[in-house]
Design a protein around this ligand. Structure first.
Ligand code: CA
Length: 709
């Protein structure tokens, strides 16, 4: 493979739109770390993404409760600029809401009326979208002392003046732009620092978390999660320890992985910061040169470090030598639980791999681990050794294809879970989504092409609707109320589709969750009984939150569809039957605002040009398509609606197809594949798309005939 031209992130441009009054009085929100640590003292505010440092996402407000939730209605809505992946949990301080949208837009809104106070567009180069696995979402801001912080998709950490959205400083969190780093997570304020991690482990990067001085943006500390250059001395005792667990040194050229792309939590008493780490580069352990027994620290682990220095404190590795993309980046929740008759300070996680972990957060000791969802890769976790009993026969795909459960979408992904200290239950947006993994040990890896580096054959789905249907039916979602002490399910609500929203627990005995099929729902927290629902126009993935202004309690959620599931698995996501449409939805008792009508469904697909290629060329085009295009436009050329469905190409677009693939629409988010694909390969992909457009016409005709009397 040749080296492709890279997009240099645009550091210069920024834009601010000032609309009306300044946000939150004279100096902006005077939140600091002590105020976040004492979040329960001001339950009307929601000052950090997870509300409090324990990331429980529990609101002590109870004016809205199980008795009156049936009268909940829209207070206001606010339309976001980009209809992709709405993933943020808003922050509300003293009557002002700060939130983010796709491509890292930042918004300040009057929390009572929804009126825009200001917005900020960091001008992320749109073609950067292709250098990350899972869409261009952003999970929200952090605020401290009159500043609002956002991690921009292209790797910049930006501090804004909370009063007007003007940029105060920006710092580049990425040391090496020849590799595909990105940011989708929310920053976390810890004392005078702002913490942020990065994504990119599907593309060949070295994972780390960074702490920056919140006033100046200067790097305070950085903790790498996988070892560095084997020719140089290890950077720290932790990296010395990690290096011994990798066999060979291929990892360094490929990056290693282990990215910290989502969960960060903080315990002010222990002064420890906790974060989860992602998969290895490649997914395929054999392709990254590892033997079966290599642990590959700190992949798929929870790591605790000193909040002031970033020095290693302890780690717990959930999946030694991970090869299933079992990221441990999902929500980390801290709680104080009575376990075995003893009060314990614990850390809770329900990661992708399907086990629910309870750790002692002072020491990292594993207290319990049980399956909360079907998981075929391991039979159980040994409490003495802390290690999983991996079922190689069921799950080792390095020498041949295996249907693995959970697949890379996980039994739970980034959609945040919550914990209610009132019910003692954890509310997990769980799912079932198996995947067929097959090795490609001869893959020519190049971490600088912006291409996936997984050591797998391209993911694929059946094209024949009859073969596809059982796969669609096997993909499910589930809201799970889980007792973390007894390690068992208390109640569940089943969904036809995975990829449902994050959860919020409240003191009003309520759990709120948005759904993939476009609803926002309230359940009784103790029994799981459905008490209320409202349409959201779009699939909902984000975590809801609640706040109080002027004596009125509000519940807020971002509606908006996107992410890995609808992008790659478009043909499985069509059960959701909703179009991406991103909007802040805010509810109160007796609210009377109306939701604008949903976007129309797409028109009938245009008649495709005749297919001119032979079957071999079309099959070659299929493999090239699934390997290069399918992760965004949908495997088998069926889009989940977030980016264009290529079976709908117009005659004009067919005519300029090679130009589009070579970058004609880069400014609108379609990257250039010049250097990655040759003209004859592009022609094969084009012919495959024409074939799939004809398939689609046939499917529509069959469906029409079935409906005819
Ligand atoms: Ca991953």
């Amino acid at each position: 493979m040749t080296i492709t031209v890279r997009i240099v992130p645009c550091l210069a441009a920024f834009a601010v739109m000032l609309v009306g009054a300044s946000a939150s009085g004279k100096g902006g929100p005077q939140v600091d770390s002590a105020r976040i640590a004492a979040a329960d003292a001001e339950p009307g505010n929601w000052m950090s993404s997870g509300r409090s440092y324990d990331e429980q996402r529990f609101s002590p407000l109870d004016k809205i409760n199980a008795e009156n939730v049936s009268s909940l209605g829209l207070a206001w809505t606010y339309k976001l600029d980009v209809d992709r992946a709405a993933e943020a949990t808003p922050v509300v301080v003293d009557g002002v809401m700060y939130t983010t949208g796709a491509f890292s837009f930042v918004y300040a809104l009057d929390a009572r009326s929804g009126k825009l106070l200001w917005k900020y567009d960091p001008k992320v180069p749109r073609a950067k979208a292709a250098n990350a696995c899972c869409d261009v979402g952003n999970r929200g801001v952090a605020v401290r002392k009159g500043k609002v912080y956002v991690g921009a998709f292209d790797g910049r950490l930006i501090a804004l003046d909370a009063r007007n959205g003007k940029k105060l400083w920006e710092t580049d969190t990425v040391p090496d732009h020849s590799r595909s780093y990105s940011i989708t997570g929310a920053p976390l304020i810890v004392k005078d620092k702002v913490l942020i991690g990065n994504g990119g482990a599907e593309y060949g990067v070295r994972g780390y978390i960074s702490a920056f001085d919140s006033e100046t943006g200067k790097l305070a500390w950085r903790f790498y999660t996988v070892p560095g250059d084997p020719k140089l001395p290890a950077e720290s005792p932790a990296m010395e320890m990690a290096r011994k667990t990798w066999s060979g040194d291929k990892y360094f050229a490929e990056g290693g992985g282990g990215t910290v792309w989502n969960a960060i939590a903080y315990d002010p008493q222990l002064n420890l910061v906790y974060f989860g780490t992602g998969n290895g580069v490649d997914w395929n352990r054999a392709a990254r040169g590892e033997n079966k027994d290599a642990a590959d620290l700190f992949l798929a682990s929870i790591v605790a470090v000193n909040a002031d220095t970033g020095a290693y404190a302890w780690h717990y590795q959930e999946v030694p030598g991970d090869m299933w993309d079992y990221d441990a980046d999902e929500s980390i929740v801290l709680a104080d639980l009575n376990i075995g008759g003893k009060p314990r300070k614990v850390l809770l996680q329900a990661p992708k791999n399907g086990f629910f972990y309870v750790l002692d957060r002072a020491t990292g000791e594993l207290l319990s681990a049980e399956k909360f969802a079907p998981a075929t890769w391991a039979s159980k976790v040994d409490l003495k050794t802390g290690k999983p009993q991996i079922d190689d026969a069921a799950s080792d795909w390095t020498s041949g294809p295996k249907l693995v459960m959970p697949g890379p979408l996980g039994a739970h992904n980034w959609q945040p879970m919550s914990y209610s200290p009132k019910t003692g239950l954890v509310y997990i947006p769980a799912q079932e989504a198996a995947a067929l993994l097959a090795p490609d040990n001869d893959a020519a890896f190049d971490t600088h092409t912006g291409a996936w580096n997984l050591g797998t054959q391209p993911l694929a789905l059946p094209e024949d609707p009859k073969q596809l249907q059982p796969v669609i039916d096997s993909y499910k979602g589930r809201l799970l109320a889980w007792d973390p002490v007894a390690q068992k399910q208390v109640w569940a609500q089943e969904y036809k589709t995975p990829w449902n929203g994050g959860t919020l627990g409240t003191a009003g005995n309520l759990v709120f969750q948005g759904t993939a099929d476009g609803r926002f729902v309230a359940y009784a927290a103790d029994s799981g009984k459905k008490l209320w629902e409202a349409p959201a126009n779009s699939g909902v993935m984000a975590g809801p939150m609640s706040y109080n202004v002027g004596g009125e309690q509000y519940v807020a959620v971002l509606a908006g569809w996107g992410g890995a599931f609808p992008l790659a698995y478009g043909s499985l996501s069509l059960n959701a039957k909703v179009r991406p449409e991103s909007r802040v939805l805010v509810y109160k008792l007796g609210g009377k605002a109306s939701l604008p009508p949903p976007k129309n469904a797409p028109a009938a697909p245009p008649e495709p040009p005749p297919l001119t290629a032979d079957a071999n060329t079309v099959n070659h085009g299929r493999d090239l398509y699934n390997g290069n295009c399918g992760v965004c436009h949908g495997l088998s050329a069926v889009s989940g609606g977030v980016v264009p469905d290529l079976r709908y190409l117009s005659p004009e677009k067919h005519a300029i197809f090679p130009g589009i693939v070579f970058g004609a629409r880069a400014s609108r988010g379609m990257p250039s594949f010049a250097g990655r694909l040759k003209p004859d390969e592009i022609e094969a992909i084009h012919q495959y798309l024409i074939k799939r457009a004809h398939d689609f016409q046939d499917e529509l005709k069959t469906a029409q005939m079935a409906r005819a009397p």
